[in-house]
Design a protein around this ligand. Structure first.
Ligand code: ZN
Length: 59
């Protein structure tokens, strides 16, 4: 198994990362990613929605 951040060998203590540094980097990415996602309300003018978000893709 390899660290998803830097591709170094995983340290058991910081699985799946190689170090706390990479774990923090991933956490930061995740948090900023969450806050960076634009709130997109796809709502028609009459108030109906095309879908209820089942298998919704973020692209
Ligand atoms: Zn790493």
């Amino acid at each position: 198994m390899r660290c998803p951040i830097c591709r170094e060998a995983t340290d058991v203590a910081f699985k799946p990362f190689c170090s706390k540094r990479c774990a923090d980097i991933d956490l930061n990415r995740w948090l900023t990613g969450v806050y960076a996602v634009p709130v997109k309300e796809e709502e028609d003018e009459d108030g109906t929605r095309p879908s209820d978000g089942i298998e919704e893709r973020n692209e």
